[in-house]
Structures are given as structure tokens and as C-alpha cells.
Design a protein around this ligand. Structure first.
Ligand SMILES: Clc1ccc(CN2CCN(c3c(Br)cnc4[nH]c(-c5ccc(CN6CCOCC6)cc5)nc34)CC2)cc1
Length: 284
């Protein structure tokens, strides 16, 4: 868009469209520049036909309602949205370093200090969300982007809800990040609360440090291992990091660490010294 000549410059009203950033089931995301002020953004273009067929228009409505009211350095900003007869277009913040899971696959696993920095930023984003009684419910590397300055941006609020909640739509993604209470409903009517995001944070930290999810297995075995919290942490993971993971991957939701305790955990504090917290650990 800026440097490389765009093969064909077609615009969507007030935007110049640049390179495609990726394809999804229901549409595509493009790099774009707004014409008046010239600010760069990402346009998520969704096709109404596919949305109706996929019966995901309700999730899209939730994604736009929830995300457009959020403002946090570690949450991808949704500036607005518009639609024409065929498409719905979300105007999203452009994350300069792309999708976190590509970085994780490329590096195989992150260093303890990088993983701790991302953990502090995730805890900060989740504290902000939970204060607004929003549960993300779909935390995984695929839904996290990396901003221009290397800070993470939580995105994709298609599965977020207001707490407490009872799941109605069938989940058709990976089981790896689902907590026991969403797999084996203990409580009648299987309601659950923000603690599902704390479980997912534990799975995320494990995956940052080990390079694969803790309960990764066949679907049946994964379900059984999640229900029992049956995982083992390789010995190359430091004792402090292992301690934090074990205190998040607790079957009983009420016994999981709180976000404050995550931010104050020795492993996080050690890698995010006060000075750094101002510049990198929390700010974008
Ligand atoms: Cl409908 C739909 C379509 C595609 C997708 C998958 N991605 C979701 C996230 N998308 C991005 C969004 Br939203 C906001 N900012 C972004 N920035 C980027 C991005 C930025 C930079 C790159 C280039 N790489 C960066 C890492 O080093 C190698 C080069 C690649 C992607 N992708 C997005 C890209 C597409 C999800 C839903």
C-alpha cells in the first residue's frame, strides 16, 4: 500500500485497499488506508450470504457490539463498521506484526521472558474485559495479533459474552482451550463465568513455553484429560512458570488464580521489571 505499487487500486468508498492480509471462512481481511486522514487500518470484509448460511450473524453482531465499546492497548481496536447489499465491513486496527500463532510456529516456542511479557499483557487485557463483565471465551494463539511494537492485541470477539452465561451455540473449534466446566457441565444448566478465561490463559502460557497445548491428543482423550486436568509440564520449563501454569489449570474454577495474582506472580514480576512494565509489559 505504502511502498509496493498496488496491482489495481479499487476503493470501497473512503478507503484505498492494499494487500490481502488473510482469508477466513466468511471473508477476507485487507490492509487499507482511509482516504481523508490517510490512517492505515485492516478491513475485515464478510459476505452476508456466507454469514447467513453459517448462521453466524448473531456472533458477528456480538463481536461488533462488544469490541466497539472496548479501548485497551492489548485489545485490537474496532473503529467502526458499515455494510452494503452484499458485504459487512469491519474497520479494525492494523496489527503491524501479524498473527501470534505464526510467530509461535516459526520460533517453535517462546523464551520465558517473552512468554512472561505476553502473559502480563494478556492479564491486563483480561482484567479490563472482566471489569466490564465480558468473557472472551475463545483465547488461543490464533485470536491474538502482534502490534507494530511487539505488544499483543487480543482480537476476534465472536465468542465473547456477558458473564455469567450459558452456552447455546455449538462450539466448532479446537477443544484444546476449553475448560472442564464447559466440557463436563457440573452445575445444572452448565453456567460458567470469567474463570473460563483464566483456564485458557493457563493453556496459552503452556503453549508459549512448550510449543504445543497441554491436553493435545485425540478429541476423546483430550476431553478426558481436560476433565481431569491431566497434563505434565516438561522439565525444561522453569519451576516458577510451572507453578503459575499449575495454579491456572485447576479443574475447580473457583480455585484458579485471579488475574491480580497472575500479574503479581513471581515469574511474571521477575521478567517484567517495573521500568519495563511502563514501556513494554503493559503499554502498546
Ligand atoms: Cl474473515 C477473516 C479473514 C482472515 C482472518 C485471519 N486473519 C485475522 C487477522 N488479520 C489481521 C487483522 Br484483523 C488486523 N491486523 C493484521 N495485521 C496482519 C498482518 C500483518 C503483517 C503480516 C506480515 N507478516 C508479519 C510477520 O512477519 C512476516 C510478515 C501479516 C499479517 N493481519 C492482520 C489478518 C487475517 C480471520 C477472519
Amino acid at each position: 500500500l505504502i511502498e509496493q505499487p498496488v496491482a489495481k487500486t479499487f476503493h470501497l468508498g473512503m478507503f484505498d485497499i492494499g494487500k490481502p492480509l488473510g482469508k477466513g471462512k466468511f471473508g477476507r481481511v485487507y490492509l487499507a488506508r482511509e482516504r481523508e486522514q490517510g490512517f492505515v487500518c485492516a478491513l475485515k470484509v464478510l459476505y452476508k450470504k456466507e454469514l447467513l448460511q453459517g448462521r453466524v450473524e448473531k456472533q458477528l453482531r456480538r463481536e461488533t457490539e462488544i469490541q466497539s465499546n472496548l479501548r485497551h492497548p492489548n485489545i485490537l481496536n474496532l473503529y467502526g463498521y458499515f455494510h452494503d447489499s452484499k458485504r459487512v465491513v469491519l474497520i479494525l486496527e492494523y496489527a503491524g506484526q501479524g498473527e501470534l500463532y505464526r510467530h509461535l510456529r516459526k520460533e517453535n516456542r517462546f523464551s520465558e521472558s517473552k512468554a512472561a511479557k505476553y502473559t502480563a499483557q494478556m492479564a491486563s487485557a483480561l482484567r479490563y474485559l472482566h471489569r466490564k463483565h465480558v468473557i472472551h471465551r475463545d483465547i488461543k494463539p490464533e485470536n491474538i495479533l502482534v502490534g507494530t511494537y511487539g505488544n499483543i492485541k487480543l482480537s476476534d470477539f465472536g465468542w465473547s459474552v456477558h458473564a455469567p452465561s450459558q452456552r447455546r451455540t455449538t462450539y466448532c473449534g479446537t477443544l484444546d482451550y476449553l475448560p472442564p466446566e464447559m466440557i463436563v457441565p457440573r452445575t445444572p444448566g452448565n453456567s460458567y463465568d470469567e474463570k473460563v478465561d483464566l483456564w485458557a490463559l493457563g493453556v496459552l502460557i503452556y503453549e508459549f513455553l512448550v510449543g504445543e497445548a497441554p491436553f493435545e491428543d485425540t478429541p476423546v482423550a483430550t476431553t478426558r484429560r481436560i476433565a481431569r486436568g491431566d497434563m505434565n509440564i516438561p522439565s525444561f520449563v522453569s519451576a516458577e512458570a510451572a507453578d503459575l501454569i499449575k495454579k491456572l489449570l485447576v479443574v475447580d474454577p473457583q480455585k484458579r488464580l485471579s488475574l491480580d495474582e497472575v500479574e503479581q506472580h513471581p515469574w511474571v514480576v521477575k521478567h517484567c521489571r517495573k521500568s519495563e512494565i511502563i514501556s513494554t509489559c503493559k503499554k502498546s
